[in-house]
Design a protein around this ligand. Structure first.
Ligand SMILES: [Zn+2]
Length: 383
């Protein structure tokens, strides 16, 4: 049911297709983040209009509310949220490490208190696999131990090795679920694939060891985790450039939680196929529009009577219908549609950048696109 086809390569950049039980994803692809079964401020209809081909759902949030049992009874996450296209779910580990009010890590798993009501939970590799089986995502992720970027190499090594042991348990559990019914677990998507995660921080030797351990277990695809946690972009690019080429060419590669549009281009250039990040939607809600020439910080007084769209070169609904002056007014007035219109633009910019990347790879002009993009794009406010 799950397949990856490499259609074309241009240098290390890859153009491919991920086939899942809920349809095909053209890669390189960006996945909008639908944390709690919703991409904040936009509807599933907006996402179809934007031609988002795959969404990401957060297991930690969905497990706590409304609960994976409830979602399984509704027929799985696709049915519950009314989204017929592919979904990837994370393992919940990252949120346990970043959100839970208390956590205690042992070899068995991660014990934590819910950030919502303080209730006590235990997330083991088996439990993370079961929850995702009940959610019925098309791609499930293994549970890994996340470490801070400030942790020393010994802490990073220990977490990486424990993550490999947890990954083996996740795989074993999924194989068991594939063999036949398990009491208490409703498998809502029998064609679900599972990706392993390469850890090892910014240390090339640990990354290589993690690649070997993860490949030895064997998954339908591989993710690079533990990046975009505060390290400079150049360091992240080095780690991706070191790790991605060691992963199998005939399987998809997913860089977790990255990043700005120029990060996406640089990591495509190093052989990554799938991305996710909250940045376009989070920035949108904070009034930051990401454009081909820099950030439009919409609350800025200079936009009060600006009749131009956020990005005159953009074809999104927001840029076709709204001036900067109107968007500034909505934002300052606290209108909910400010978040919606800004999110539509930012998501369009990301998805359109990926479309242009895919086209360039097919035509063998990726390097030219990369140069042109860097010449105009800026992370700083528009001048
Ligand atoms: Zn736009």
């Amino acid at each position: 049911m799950f397949e990856f086809e490499l259609l074309h390569a241009d240098g290390a950049a890859r153009r491919g297709e991920v086939r899942t039980p809920h349809g095909v994803v053209q890669t390189p692809s960006f996945m909008p983040v639908g944390t709690r079964g919703a991409v904040k401020a936009v509807t599933q209809r907006d996402l179809v209009d934007l031609d988002a081909e795959i969404l990401l759902g957060n297991t930690y949030h969905l497990y706590l509310k409304p609960g994976d049992d409830l979602i399984a009874r509704a027929g799985g996450l696709h049915a519950f949220i009314g989204w017929e296209r592919p979904i990837l779910t994370d393992s919940g580990g990252y949120q346990v490490f970043s959100l839970a009010s208390m956590r205690h890590i042992t070899e068995r798993g991660a014990e934590f208190r819910s950030h919502l009501d303080g209730s006590l939970h235990m997330l083991t590799p088996e439990k993370a696999t079961d929850i995702q089986a009940q959610l019925g995502s098309d791609i499930a992720m293994v549970l890994d131990e996340c470490v801070a970027s400030t942790d020393g190499i010994d802490g990073v090594r220990d977490a990486m090795r424990r993550s490999a042991r947890w990954a083996a348990r996740c795989r074993e559990r999924l194989q068991r679920l594939r063999q036949g019914p398990v009491v208490g677990v409703t498998v809502t998507n029998p064609g679900q694939a599972q990706f392993g995660i390469v850890q090892g921080g910014i240390h090339p030797g640990l990354r290589t060891e993690s690649v070997q351990a993860t490949l030895e277990i064997g998954f339908e695809g591989y993710a690079i985790g533990g990046l975009s946690v505060g390290e400079p972009p150049a360091v992240m690019y080095d780690v991706v450039g070191h790790t991605a080429p060691q992963l199998p060419a005939d399987q998809p590669r997913y860089l977790m939680g990255t990043g700005m549009p120029d990060d996406l281009i640089e990591c495509v250039a190093r052989g990554v196929d799938l991305f996710d990040c909250v940045l376009p939607t989070r920035n949108a809600r904070n009034g930051q529009l990401i454009t081909s020439r820099g950030l439009v910080v919409i609350k800025n007084a200079r936009y009060a009577e600006d009749p131009l769209p956020p990005d005159p070169g953009c074809g999104c609904y927001t840029c076709r219908h709204c001036s900067r002056a109107y968007l500034r007014h909505l934002y300052i007035a606290g209108e909910m549609t400010a978040a919606t219109l800004n999110s539509i633009h930012n998501l369009y910019f990301y998805l359109d950048t990926m479309r242009r990347i895919r086209e360039a790879i097919m035509f063998g002009s990726f390097e030219r696109l990369r140069q042109e993009f860097h010449q105009t794009f800026s992370r700083r406010p528009l001048q």
